[in-house]
Write a new protein. Sequence first.
Length: 453
Amino acid sequence: MEQIIARQRTFFNTQATKDLKFRITQLEKLERILKNNIPALDDAIFKDFKKSAFENYLTELALLFHDIKDAKNNLRRWSRKRKVSTNITNFPASSYIIPEPLGVCLVMGAWNYPYQLSFAPVIAAIAAGNTVVLKPSELPSNTSAIIAKLVNENFDPKVFKVVEGGIPETTELLEQKFDKIFFTGSTKVGTIVYKAAAKYLTPVTLELGGKSPAFILKDANLKMAAKRLIWAKYLNAGQTCIAPDYVLVDNNVASKFLEYCKAEILKADYSFDNGNFLQIINDSNFDRLTRMLDISKIYHGGKTDKADRYIEPTILNNVSFNDACMQEEIFGPILPIIVYDNLDDVFPKVRALSKPLSCYIFTSSSKTKKRLMNEFSFGGGAINDAVMHISNPNLPFGGVGDSGIGNYHGEAGFKAFSHYKSILDKPTWLELPLKYSPYSKGKLSLLKRLMNF
């Protein structure tokens, strides 16, 4: 590990990565490698999850190709020196800000979207002019292997290197000094990463999770709300950090909403054979999820098959905040429904939970939209939709509080891996005596006027 990082640091110090042509060349290489190996990428992720080629492209590869295109098209604008105004105190002078790469970066990918959540931060890091060590999650072993093969066989390890492994390798990586660490995963592991980074005062971006709520108000378009929420919830078999974790629905429309949700599930006909449903990642997560299945509250679904790590798309009704499914992020195909009579009664209970990564609000009331946006803290979200905010590169993506630190996507990703150097550029042909000794009452009076005191 030390040798990998030392070589990358030596190469970074040659200033080669600061050249925009060099960065674009690396991005184009990654794009070409991914496009030329789509069948192999499809095969690996199917072996790990039974994820279809369609969903692999929709939820992973398409987003990466878009990120690369966005970076190539905007890199010159993102990286240019930006002039800012200069205050009267520094007259005469010019002031500007220069984006510069941080250096050697560690990206730690997540298992649930192993391509997208590994390569998207890498694209941002390379665009910003850094070198990268990527540690993909070891849980989907086939995708980890294909990621390592494609990168290590095609990239100079001084620029981009993949390190595979589990806890021992991750621990050793975190003992090294990096200039930036980007982690996607659980809050529990995020805390470990944050502690390791603190030893070297290394800046971090933590993309975590949480219990992301969806509010269904009585004035919502219930049929469309059900259609969009069901798709968002059972995408990737619910193993999505921004999936709606639970739904709060007004009692006046709860029965109708539940009927629409069940109809959407039946219409989708989720199954491995149809290519629109996935396995649970491993046995431990399967066991964790099945413990949440309270038989007395199953409205729809509930069937399981441990041998195939299958959990049927399930809706739990009449759920309370004290139930097992409300004690942790679900991260699976189980959707709890909490029915409320008054938003004022349930809203404090939602706010009492940790700040979530996302929030979704379905309503036609501008007043309600404004209230929930203003009063409830969360990473990001959507009004009358779910999950799709992640597809807009102009919206920075990230959490707040327990759901994360920092953000990325588009220019926000470039900024996450950059330092913005502030420069005051002053000529030598004039120097006002105001700040120099001897001090006087006259100088103090002028100083106060100049500085608006």
